[in-house]
Design a protein around this ligand. Sequence first.
Ligand code: ZN
Ligand code: ZN
Length: 419
Amino acid sequence: MTERPLLAAANVETARRAQAEFGLCDACLGRRFGKVDTGLTNEQRGALLREAAGAPQVSPPSCFVCQGLAAETDLLAQAAIDALSPYEHRHFLVGTRVDPAIEARDAEVNAALGTAATAERIQAELNRETGKKVAARTGKAVDFKAPDLAAVVDTRFLDAELQHGGLCVFGRYRKLDRTIPQTRWPCRRCQGKGCVECHETGKQYATSVEELVAAPFLAASGATEESFHGAGREDIDARTLGTGRPFILELKDPRVRTLDLSVFPALVKEGSGGRVEVAELRLAPKAEIAAIKEHRGGKTYRALVRFEAAVPAAALRGAADALRGQAVQQRTPQRVEHRRADLVRERRVLDVQVEEHEGERATLLIRGDAGLYIKELVSGDEGRTEPSLSGLLGVGAKVAELDIVEVEYEPPAETAPAS
Ligand SMILES: [Zn+2]
Ligand SMILES: [Zn+2]
């Protein structure tokens, strides 16, 4: 036993001084050496040192530092369990709030004994020991990174504050309607408070993809709030077809976490009157929200183009060939100028195919970098996009209808789907 680094002569002498000058319970004594000798609790460390120093045992309520708190982890665990148990969860995390006066006395002892470098903080000890007891009593595991539920126990009042981990659902949505925006859009006039102009709804548009997708999820999970994160967004008048656009629906404060995702495609389709569909639903780690938002994958569009005059087939083919693989300089379009910084961006046109063409109208399939403005690529936006289809043909051209048919997205490896 004397081989233990914990029982080095200097440590035993420090323990003797600690008991003579302050009088600490075993846990608070052992905590001075929390970083020495792994595999022991602080209470065990303290008992070993106290015995080696031949110093008297101090009962927790008489401890200079904690005045009994270090021995109260059973009570802390019970407070955490009371808070956690009404809610469905697979794993949890326990945190504690400690009276600042206790932390101050703890620091005072370390300063006097020179043990600041080897000591553990009392809060760290309480978090760990309480977590162990909750796990042992409930059979649930501690998760430090993304727990379903976290309980923060205030050690003075033995009450716990609960934090529900959000629930993230990944999917792809199809928008089959040219009148709804992707996300809830507050009324421009009242900023969401409700006014005459928006018929007291607070909204610029009656509904959105976000609201139509979220409704059944909010109902089933009992979540209080949601956030909708799309991999880019389409213009209100553009449909999103094909396999749809990736999104993550973040449900906040969900009371129910085990959702049968297979029922939601039908619920969304029905609830939206067929305007919105979802597919490929799965639970996602929260970290994937960033991947979705920073998504820079290519996109493919189908554009119905109307020309101001009939265009010969060979000329249209020639213009499509010229744009294929071309880097395009796009100054911020006039139609979004009021909400975006005015600057020139370079985006690549990856492919252009003529699907149909008849005189003054054509259907084009255009694949481009994320952020390529398709309407402006076609019209030229009065010289702000260069080159453009209109510029190459020498004829005015306009997108009459636009559909997104593919949004390329690869979930990042480090955020592989949560099981
Ligand atoms: Zn103590
Ligand atoms: Zn309003």
